[in-house]
Design a protein around this ligand. Structure first.
Ligand code: SAH
Ligand code: DHB
Ligand code: MG
Length: 221
């Protein structure tokens, strides 16, 4: 198995199961045109997030790490008309692109983007009348995943689902001696979640358009 094959299979699956969508395609085009890094979730994984939100019957979703709003749109489309998604983004340029993409998707009444470092905006979310959330998607800087996970538990209702992206990092996650602070963040998170009695968790390795990575799922008891 190699990257070409993973890509071919992901494209095949997406062709059948994730039909072309003008709004999502435009969001990616606008992100590329603005020079944003192509680190959004893939179409098949975006649809997975959408299905997970539906399975949760989610009405309130929190996302940490917006980029151009691609995963935001997938998640927000799972919400009922009176649902709400708050997404946190530190980079003003990413936030501008995301706001335009969210508006083009007709989701500005449902999605609220909070600009700022998530460790600064999360306490504001907790202090306001925003939660508790039914699904939380953690996909920002990997060094802070342990801190984001702690906030996620605090902001969750019983039965909430916490999804953490990029927990395999091409297999680097098994390197206990790694000097990569992103991988260190992921490893600290996995050790914390293994000892956290308030959740039941697992992690899945994935291959596809974006290479070899994975995500963790933690269900709040
Ligand atoms: N969820 C997006 C991808 C997010 S990429 C998708 O799949 O479409 C990670 C994003 O997190 C980037 O836009 C980056 O600017 C943002 N980010 C990095 N550090 C952050 C921080 N401390 N607080 C909030 N956002 C941060
Ligand atoms: C990176 C971040 C992501 O959220 C992702 O899905 C892939 C890569 C990164 O920072 O390199
Ligand atoms: Mg990611």
């Amino acid at each position: 198995m190699n990257q070409d094959q993973w890509k071919a299979v992901d494209n095949y699956l997406a062709r059948l199961l994730v039909p072309p969508d003008a709004v999502l395609d435009a969001a990616l085009e606008a992100s590329t045109a603005a020079g944003l890094p192509p680190i959004n979730v893939s179409p098949t994984h975006g649809k997975l997030l959408h299905l997970l939100a539906k399975m949760q019957g989610a009405r309130r979703i929190l996302e940490i790490g917006t980029l151009g709003g691609y995963s935001t749109i997938w998640l927000a489309r799972a919400l009922p008309p009176d649902g709400r998604l708050i997404t946190l983004e530190a980079d003003p340029k990413h936030a501008d692109v995301a706001r335009a993409n969210i508006a083009r998707a007709g989701l500005e009444g449902i999605v609220e983007l909070r600009l700022g470092k998530a460790l600064d905006t999360l306490p504001q979310i907790a202090a306001g009348k925003n939660g508790p959330f039914d699904l939380i998607f953690i996909d920002a800087d990997k060094q802070n995943i342990p801190r984001y996970f702690d906030w996620a538990i605090q902001l969750s209702r019983p039965g909430a689902l916490i999804v953490v992206d990029n927990v395999v990092r091409g297999g680097a996650v098994v390197d206990a001696a790694t000097e990569d602070t992103s991988v260190q963040g992921v490893r600290q998170f996995l050790e914390i979640v293994s000892r956290e009695p308030r959740v039941s968790a697992t992690a899945i390795q994935t291959v596809g358009l974006k290479g070899y990575d994975g995500f963790a799922l933690a269900l709040v008891k």
